[in-house]
Design a protein. Structure first.
Length: 207
């Protein structure tokens, strides 16, 4: 039997200033599909479907639900985030020390709620979960270079651009395009909190 995802053992929901995060459930599929099917959202997703039943089947896979958190605002689902915990690269003789020490992140926000700081709040809460609650040492995220709202969000929360990959990603409409890779270490995150006047970071700012 597969081990439970690390998110499963945490306390939920997690409030932010104006929203809250909670684990995804199969019954949330239609609410998530409502914004993921939009052209301005699907343009940047790795995959999309116009068929609700097909989306329900994809969304409800246990391995996918286990790493998905939803953003709720005023009782509505307005976004979703992925926290995919994995191993860091290591030489064989020290591989045990690199087990489940980092996470790859992803997110989607309903454009109807863009420009309010909700995505920033949600991602900051996820960083707190990754570094404080899960004890990870590093998080990463990738995006198309042309998806400026995504990489600007990463920079707002303190992530570093580690790579600019030239003509590396095949986009369905744009052809071969550039992509960016971002990352953040736990020590960098804690230093940023201290610089912002929130020393210690021993408890999630999300509550």
């Amino acid at each position: 039997m597969d081990a439970p995802h690390p998110l499963a053992g945490l306390r939920w929901p997690r409030p932010t200033d104006r929203a809250s995060l909670r684990p995804a459930e199969p019954d949330d599929a239609e609410a998530v599909w409502a914004y993921r099917r939009r052209d301005d959202v699907g343009r940047w997703l790795g995959g999309r479907t116009e068929d609700l039943d097909a989306f329900r089947e994809w969304y409800a896979r246990p391995d996918r639900l286990a790493k998905t958190l939803l953003v709720e605002h005023d009782g509505r689902v307005v976004g979703d985030l992925m926290v995919s915990v994995g191993d860091g690269w290591a030489q064989l003789d020290v591989a045990g020390r690199a087990h489940a020490v980092e996470a790859d992140l992803g997110w989607v926000l309903d454009p109807a709620y863009a420009g309010r700081g909700l995505a920033t709040e949600a991602l900051e809460a996820v960083l707190a979960i990754c570094f404080d609650d899960l004890g990870l040492r590093r998080v990463t995220a990738d995006c198309f270079a042309a998806n400026s709202p995504s990489w600007r969000l990463m920079e707002r929360v303190g992530m570093r651009r580690e790579a600019h990959r030239v003509a590396e990603s095949l986009h369905r409409d744009l052809g071969w395009v550039d992509s960016y890779a971002y990352a953040l270490l736990a020590d960098e995150w804690r230093a940023r909190l201290t610089d912002a006047g929130r020393p210690g970071a021993t408890r999630s700012p999300a509550g």
